[in-house]
Write a protein that binds this ligand. Structure first.
Ligand SMILES: *Cc1c(COP(=O)(O)O)cnc(C)c1O
Length: 454
């Protein structure tokens, strides 16, 4: 029998609207609060940070939001992305499972992040913004936004977490190629950075610190705005193009997922692949399980608390109601830089709190092992973040085998690992450490939030 490996959509079949899950959620997430007054924030509070169209999308209630033509035209550089049946990996696992993956590694930056970078740059351009500031960890978001902003003639300044700036020079080179300015964070350019450096001149930096710096710089410059690559409602919205395409492609494959899996940093690629199928759970009574996979070393979903916390380290961002380990939590230096974040998006947090999605944590050695097996059977080398999703696919396949029940699994291949080969080198030379976070450490960090009185 001839096997079909890839399920393509033509450009004409690309979805023309994003899916807004806020329209369907049984319980809406609690609103973000002003960091000073602790009252719900309004559009005017966010205006120094984001263009108005994105602020509107943050609270929109329509079920579908049209993708502007200017965005669709750029999406077509790499979208629709292929849906691939992982026959090789299935054979290797020897379990009664059909495995499909959506390859988001085909974008110019090599991950799903351009799906939101492009519309964010577009709306800023439409509203006359000349400069954008942002932060980046390992550099995936910074490179995606560099690619997008230069298409619209917007200047970009990226605060890159210092350890990554020193250890991962190639994503910095990508950002420079696309015309962005990259600054190691903490820096002397902002008060937030200077205050950190005063206390600890050797600070390796963190995503939370870099966010503080980028936000401060945007707020102080009336011509500039800020952009975030995950967590916020509008970011998750833009990523739903992934699942909406996958839904159409699975129809062509005459399959429907029992399980949908995505790795989890702030929630954007997980939301992107899972929300369109959650839509069918809500409206058609489907019973697909959605599993978010985080690293054991940064376990906000599986061991954190659902409560108000800051998005950054210094406490400048609005307070978000989310699963968090506390904004002072310093995640161990695992290779999946994109998963080293203390919090999670409010929408995903509410869904998890309501039992509508699930969360699992895996160690990085297990993740790399799954990633290497995947590369050896499917060819494509996954990003260290993506290997976490693949490790969960392995677990679900083993479970299906034990129970003797056939399962169809869909997972999001959030990015390729070709700029992360140093991480694979560490794995092959036995230098991958599995960090465990103690209950006491988590408890202590969360206790510090009590003083917020929320
Ligand atoms: C940034 C990133 C992630 C994690 O971010 P989410 O917002 O949780 O999706 C996962 N995979 C890759 C390849 C990334 O670049």
């Amino acid at each position: 029998m001839k096997k079909v490996k890839k399920f393509y959509l033509s450009e004409k079949e690309m979805p023309t609207a994003w899916y807004n899950i806020l329209a369907d959620m049984p319980n809406k997430p609690l609103p973000p609060l002003h960091p000073g007054t602790k009252q719900p924030i309004g559009p005017e509070d966010l205006a120094p940070l984001f263009p108005m169209e994105l602020i509107k999308q943050e609270v929109a209630t329509e079920k579908f939001i049209e993708i502007p033509e200017g965005v669709q035209n750029i999406y077509k550089i790499w979208r629709p992305s292929p849906l691939i049946r992982a026959y090789g990996f299935e054979k290797f696992l020897d379990a009664p499972v059909k495995i499909f993956y959506k390859n988001e590694g085909v974008s110019p930056a090599g991950s799903h992040k351009p799906n939101t970078a492009v519309p964010q740059a577009y709306y800023n351009y439409k509203e006359g913004v000349k400069k954008i500031t942002t932060e980046t960890g390992a550099g995936q978001w910074g490179s995606a936004l560099s690619f997008a902003t230069q298409l619209f003639g917007i200047d970009l300044e990226v605060f890159m977490v210092k350890v990554s700036y020193n250890q991962k020079p190639y994503r910095k080179s990508m950002m420079n190629t696309w015309g962005a300015k990259v600054v190691p964070s903490p820096s002397h350019l902002t008060e937030a950075g200077r205050s950190i450096l005063e206390k600890n001149p050797d600070s390796p930096g963190s995503l939370g610190i870099a966010i503080s710096e980028a936000v401060e710089m945007a707020v102080k410059d009336p011509e500039a705005r800020y952009a975030l690559g995950s967590v916020l409602n509008h970011v998750l919205l833009h990523q739903t193009i992934i699942g909406l395409e996958a839904e159409k492609q699975l129809e062509i494959a005459q399959a429907y997922p029992d399980i949908v899996i995505g790795c989890f940093g702030g929630g954007s690629n997980f939301a992107g692949i899972s929300f369109p199928f959650l839509k069918n759970n809500f409206s058609e009574g489907k019973k697909t399980r959605m599993i978010a996979v985080e690293p054991e070393s940064c376990p906000k979903l599986t061991r954190g608390q659902l409560r108000y916390d800051f998005g950054d380290t210094v406490g400048m961002t609005p307070l978000l109601y989310m699963y968090t380990l506390g904004h002072n939590f310093m995640p161990p230096k695992i290779h999946a830089g994109g998963l080293r974040y203390h919090g999670a998006g409010s929408i995903v947090s509410q869904l998890l709190g309501d039992g509508l999605i699930e969360a699992q944590a895996v160690h990085q050695s297990e993740a790399f092992q799954a990633g290497v097996n995947f590369a050896r059977t499917e060819g494509i080398i996954p990003a260290p973040e993506t290997t976490h999703a693949i490790a969960q696919v392995v677990k679900e396949a083993e479970k299906a085998k034990k129970e003797g029940i056939e399962k169809t699994i869909l997972f999001n291949f959030s990015g390729h690992g070709l700029v992360d080969m140093a991480a694979y080198d560490s794995y092959f030379s036995g230098k991958i450490e599995d960090f465990s976070v103690s209950d006491d450490m988590i408890k202590e960090n969360l206790k510090a939030l009590d003083k917020l009185g929320l």
